[in-house]
Design a protein around this ligand. Structure first.
Ligand SMILES: Nc1ncnc2c1ncn2[C@@H]1O[C@H](COP(=O)(O)OP(=O)(O)OP(=O)(O)O)[C@@H](O)[C@H]1O
Ligand SMILES: [Mg+2]
Length: 251
């Protein structure tokens, strides 16, 4: 199952500083939308607003027919946060099962999920016994263990080497074709966004506003050979132009 998300005129200020400014976005049920934009433009803030961990200063969000608080209570959200949120006293496998206990639903058996994530042999380790990349994968596994309808992912692959990043991106693409979900995915990785998403939303520097939306029409999941496709090359070039010129990252 999957649900639509409507973001209506969302702004967020922190004291005098403006993080987000009048963001409007409709995400269809089962759509995969990637957010990309300069550091500090409010991507995490927007994701946290959808996850009910933050409130907008003005504007509103609906997940299906529910505001974020109701959606959270229904346990239909899965959040992979930018800073791994694993519990220091929980072994990897227990951290994954914990999500399932709270949700009252086993989506993916914990051991199988950890194995799929390349963590076979590490199931009983505590967070301080795992590498940063391993910890991030446990965090990811815990977030999706109850098979949520909506996946909110904040740079889920940022601590991974290029090979693991591609492997997990591939796993995610395949899994979503088996069990469709609505996905919001924050990344700084342009190729990854275009390879995985139906639509890439490009944000301006803070206060974050949507400057362009690019649709990638090629059906998902896409093979890595899609990187040579003209649609991939054109879209990545356009995003680079938007970020480097309009984003003021470099001339
Ligand atoms: N709880 C908070 N209190 C005060 N300011 C905050 C808080 N959360 C975020 N901000 C500010 O809001 C702005 C947007 O932050 P946010 O974390 O959403 O950016 P981001 O786009 O995710 O950046 P990055 O790509 O570096 O992760 C920043 O200026 C940040 O300092
Ligand atoms: Mg962030």
């Amino acid at each position: 199952m999957s649900v639509s998300i409507a973001i209506r005129n969302v702004s967020r200020r922190f004291g005098a500083s403006r993080a987000l400014e009048a963001v409007n976005l409709d995400i269809a049920a089962g759509e995969f939308v990637a957010f990309i934009g300069p550091s500090g433009c409010g991507k995490t803030t927007l994701l946290r607003i959808v996850a009910d961990l933050e409130v907008p200063t003005s504007g509103s969000v609906l997940i299906g027919k529910d505001p974020p608080e109701a959606a959270r209570r229904k346990r239909i959200l899965g959040l992979v946060s930018q800073r791994p949120a694993v519990l220091p006293w929980k072994r990897a496998v227990d951290d994954v099962s914990f999500t399932q206990q709270i949700a009252g639903r086993v989506g993916f058996p914990a051991l199988g999920l950890l194995r799929d994530f390349g963590l076979a042999g590490h199931e009983s380790k505590l967070p301080h016994e795992l590498s940063g990349g391993m910890l991030q994968r446990v965090n990811f596994a815990s977030a999706i263990a109850h098979d949520p309808d909506v996946l909110l992912m904040d740079e889920p692959f940022s601590a991974l080497d290029e090979m693991k990043r591609e492997e997990l991106g591939h796993w995610l693409g395949e899994e979503l074709s088996r069990r469709p979900k609505t996905v919001l995915f924050v990344t700084h990785h342009i190729d990854e966004a275009v390879l995985l998403a139906d639509r890439v939303v490009v944000f301006s520097p803070a206060p974050g506003q949507i400057i362009e939306e690019l649709v990638i029409a090629t059906p998902r999941p896409r093979a890595s050979t899609f990187r040579r496709d003209p649609a991939f090359l054109e879209t990545t070039a356009r995003i680079r132009e938007l970020l480097f010129v309009k984003g003021g990252v470099a001339a």
